[in-house]
Ligand binder design. Structure first.
Ligand SMILES: [Zn+2]
Length: 541
């Protein structure tokens, strides 16, 4: 959920630019039922009059995914390159929001001048077209925000990393004051490999297969889609893209001119008619997403396609930490169908979109910044990256969420910690991560729920017995009796002899009934469920 802010000006009155408005994804354990997670933008909202612009480095969801949710609160002009802008425009339109605040920027030497900032977009290679680093010039010096990047001299689709241009950027004026640098692959010790090294292994693999071939990768990795589709065509197969996200990416890439000569593909309707030995599907869902094509195919028939004994399924992707279980479940389901599952084979069929440790060091040496602030990655990645910088004599600081750093001096100086947090998109509503909604949901999921209804008559006397319904609890417990009946009996026994002052007081009655229900459930099934008590009081005429 990348959300970076740069400011320049007198303290407390700095003009601000925001870089990226991303999301992260929920998991069943900590955020069940949540759709998306993004930064709590309260500080930005409170300082909305100081925000001059929003810059978007590239089109991955962790960089643009919050645009439709947070932009309406910030309402600043948005700058991005053509492909990214197009994706954001679709996102805004789908949400029924305007998109005319998006300005398309050409790369350096073109620049956006806004407030005290001059910002240039510099093409870098990554795993989505038109990724850019930002060169941000201010009266206090030059900052380079790398965004996600790798060093790829031949990325198949899109622009290569250009060391000559970066050499120039590092040597203009006073050089680079601060480098804010991707840290994702800091622990990978070998130099990164080019996207183009996959072309021949993928072609060999696909041409050797009998039966249907299905390959999955990230929908936004347009270069990989092209390599896979070409490999399929060269092996004499008809190719079909399955999954809305994938077709959208190819369409936008073609429309914005970043993708040329993509092989002809069949619609799913036409592809169903093709013999399986002559067919290759490229599908969404490499991370095991439940509703995506990969998961659907692992469960049986999907859009008329069905995997069979002797087919091949290729994961041309890396499993993002946290998704392993879903992916492995799918691999096993495919295996049970007799499908040969091929994974990235230690890099033979997939390369990362991020700079590895030797590449990061090369960038440090090329750019020679005065300071380095690691970004992108978990805390352990940031810390490791800072150590590398320090060992080279570059001043550095680990900036955790909310850290405000003064970059105007000789070394980075932490000046403030801003309160930050997470907001959940829950269905269609944005809620705070600490609002308690998801905490209650988790408790209900873990412990079950008991509903108690009692009626109290005009004279404050319980009318009839308590009425109980349970959800998510076993019907019978330790005693072998019916759980609902046992709870009802205990509650009714209590009501018969309950003191008047308890029966007259809603809070006390609620508390007493809740305690009994939890106690009985604990004895019977060993769980303390969530309890809702509904007291209906009849009014005297
Ligand atoms: Zn990215």
């Amino acid at each position: 959920m990348n959300t970076y802010v740069y400011g320049y000006g007198p303290e407390g009155k700095e003009r601000l630019i925001v870089v990226d408005l991303g999301v992260t994804f929920p998991d069943m354990e900590s955020s069940p039922g949540v759709d998306l997670i993004m930064a709590d933008a309260a500080w930005l909202e409170a300082n909305v009059n100081r925000i001059d612009a929003i810059f978007l480095t590239h089109g991955h969801e962790d960089h643009i995914g919050a645009m439709a949710h947070l932009w309406p609160k910030l309402k600043a002009p948005v700058y991005a390159r053509r492909f990214t802008a197009h994706l954001v425009q679709l996102k805004m339109e789908e949400a029924g929001l305007p998109s005319d605040m998006i300005r398309i920027v050409e790369p350096r030497p073109k620049a956006v001048e806004i407030g005290p900032f001059t910002v240039q977009f510099v093409p870098v290679s990554h795993s989505i077209p038109e990724s850019s680093a930002l060169v941000i010039d201010t009266p206090a010096g030059r900052v380079v925000h790398t965004g996600d990047f790798k060093l790829d001299g031949n990325p198949v689709v899109g622009e290569a990393f250009d060391p000559l241009e970066w050499h120039e950027i590092a040597h203009e004026g006073a050089g680079i004051k601060a480098l804010i640098c991707d840290s994702t692959n800091v622990f990978t010790q070998t130099a990164g490999r080019s996207e183009s090294t996959l072309v021949s292994p993928l072609k060999d693999l696909i041409s050797e297969q009998k039966g249907m071939v299905v390959a999955t990768t990230f929908a936004s990795n347009v270069a990989r889609l092209k390599t896979l589709a070409e490999a399929g065509r060269e092996a004499g197969r008809s190719v079909c893209l399955l999954g809305r996200a994938m077709r959208k990416m190819v369409h936008v890439a073609e429309e914005t001119g970043v993708l040329k000569n993509f092989p002809n593909v069949l619609s799913p309707e036409d592809a169903v008619e093709v013999g399986r030995d002559n067919l290759m599907l490229i599908v969404t869902g490499s991370q095991g997403e439940r509703r995506a094509a990969t998961a659907q195919l692992s469960r049986g028939k999907y859009l008329g396609f069905e995997m069979k004994d002797g087919d091949t399924f290729l994961f041309s992707s890396k499993t993002i930490p946290g998704n392993e279980r879903s992916v492995i479940r799918i691999m096993n389901a495919l295996s049970e169908m007799g499908v040969d599952v091929v994974d990235d084979k230690g890099g033979l069929y997939h390369v990362s979109g991020h700079a590895n440790r030797p590449d990061l060091e090369a960038v440090h040496d090329l750019l020679r910044p005065q300071m380095l602030i690691p970004m992108h990655g978990e805390h352990r990645h940031l810390r490791e990256h800072a150590k590398i910088a320090a060992a080279k004599g570059i001043a550095t600081e680990v900036a955790t969420n909310g850290t405000m750093i003064d970059l105007t001096g000789v070394v980075p100086k932490v000046v403030e910690y801003i309160e930050t947090g997470r907001h959940y998109l829950d269905g269609t509503v944005l809620i705070g991560a600490l609002d308690g909604v998801v905490r209650e949901r988790i408790r209900m999921a873990l412990n079950g729920h008991v509903l108690i209804t009692v009626i109290i008559d005009e004279d404050d006397v319980p009318l009839g017995d308590a009425w109980v319904e349970v959800m998510g609890l076993p019907e019978r417990g330790k005693s072998g009796g019916d759980m609902v009946r046992i709870v009802e009996d205990e509650l009714s026994a209590f009501l018969e002899s309950a003191p008047d002052k308890v029966v007259r007081n809603d809070d006390k009655l609620d508390e007493a009934l809740r305690r009994i229900a939890r106690q009985v459930a604990m004895e019977e099934v060993g769980k303390k469920p969530e309890v809702t008590v509904v007291v209906s009081r009849l009014m005297a005429e």
